[in-house]
Write a protein that binds this ligand. Structure first.
Ligand code: IPM
Ligand code: MN
Length: 374
């Protein structure tokens, strides 16, 4: 069996960590007698600075033929913040309609958590972040004093929406951003969360701010309840986003599957990463179960560490394991996670963030070696 997998190393530390990811996935492929054929795409800052192009429509079309993409990180200090993140990363998430952003929060054996007295038994949940709507739709602008008009359009495979906005303001200048969630969009991601809970501990926690942003998140809650009615075996609860940050720290053992709108999901998963040992250990998957999915660490491109062979590749390697699981190689995937765990318990070969002094590539090689042994 041969899998063709597009790889986007991206910016900053992206190329270094992705190289280790590929190394480990190849070791797992050898073990289980399948092969991986990587096809590299040079998207990100270099490509943008050379050509002025973010990502070409033809590239997106070509990528959409594959079930899974392996991604490093996007973002570079030479480019104004947001240009690459929105123009490359979010463009791909939206174009491929990757409506699920799956972020496991699992404390592995051998990892230190800043939460006192919490163990791997206590920190083991999954955040299912909606990945195409909410305040990420890019609808907003600025307006100066007086009358003005603005037109916006949201184009998705699910729907097209046009907004026309008449503004009459006597403020010197305003900035505004419109959030939007749809019944279809909420329903499909919440359903995914309930299906996942059926395979886990049968509990789904919703995140919102329905007490203040009641139009958008009151609607989210309503759709949540509609979906929940179809899963009588699964318990559910509602959490305001501010409160859930507190519970993640105080009682992480309460959670099984947490489902959140896009922006809150973004915020709470950085907190989630920290309680599972840091950003160096937090993988993510952007999923479209019927299309092209994309696997990446949840951390960014860490430009200040670029080219130093210093950063932790484990989040990317773990994201690679999620990729193999998605491609239908669950045993290869679970061996990679076991190898990561073995490495962490042994505690010999680890990067600086975990208190060690090994290099990125030493850690990658060690995980690849362990994959052969576990
Ligand atoms: C993430 C990142 C992105 C996001 C940025 C880089 C656009 O923070 O994947 O969590 O906000 O989704
Ligand atoms: Mn984020």
């Amino acid at each position: 069996m041969k899998y063709n997998v597009p790889v986007i190393p991206g910016d900053g530390i992206g190329p270094e960590i992705v190289a280790e990811g590929c190394k480990v996935l190849e070791a797992a492929a050898d073990k289980y007698s399948f092969s991986l054929d990587w096809k590299e795409y040079s998207l990100g800052a270099e490509h943008y600075l050379e050509t002025g192009e973010l990502v070409a429509e033809d590239t997106l079309k070509e990528l959409s033929k594959y079930p899974a993409i392996f991604l490093g990180a996007i973002g570079d200090p030479r480019v104004k913040p947001g240009i690459l993140e929105k123009g490359v990363l979010l463009t791909m998430r939206f174009y491929f309609d990757q409506y699920i952003n799956l972020r496991p929060v699992k404390l592995l054996e051998g990892v230190w958590t800043p939460l006192k007295d919490k163990t791997p038994q206590d920190i083991d949940f999954v955040v299912v972040r909606e990945n195409t709507e909410d305040f990420y739709i890019g609808i907003g602008s600025r307006a100066r004093r007086g009358k003005s008009h603005a037109d916006f359009e949201i184009k998705r495979s699910l729907y097209n929406i046009k907004f026309g906005l008449d503004i009459d303001s006597d403020s010197e200048e305003i900035g505004y951003q419109i959030g939007e969630v749809s019944r279809e969009g909420c329903s499909r991601v919440i359903k995914y969360a309930f299906d996942l809970a059926m395979k886990r501990r049968h509990q789904v926690s919703s995140v919102d701010k329905a007490n203040v942003l009641s139009d958008i998140y009151g609607f989210w809650r309503e759709v949540f309840l509609d979906v929940a009615a179809g899963y009588p075996q699964v318990k559910h609860d509602f959490n305001f986003v501010d409160a859930i940050t507190m519970w993640f720290v105080k009682n992480p053992e309460w959670f099984d599957v947490v489902v959140a709108p896009n922006m809150f999901g973004d915020i709470i998963t950085d907190l989630g990463a920290m309680i599972q040992g840091g950003l160096g250990l937090a993988p993510g998957a952007n999923l479209n179960p019927d299309g092209t999915s994309m696997f990446e660490p949840i951390h960014g491109s860490a430009p200040k560490y670029k080219g130093q062979n210093k950063v932790n590749p484990l989040a990317t390697i773990w994201a690679g394991a999620l990729l193999l699981e998605h491609l239908g190689q669950p045993r290869a995937a679970s061996d990679i996670v076991t190898a990561i765990e073995r490495n962490l318990i042994e505690g010999r070969i680890k990067t600086y963030d975990l208190g060690g002094s090994s290099t990125t590539s030493e850690v990658g090689s060690e995980i690849a070696r362990l994959v052969g042994l576990v």
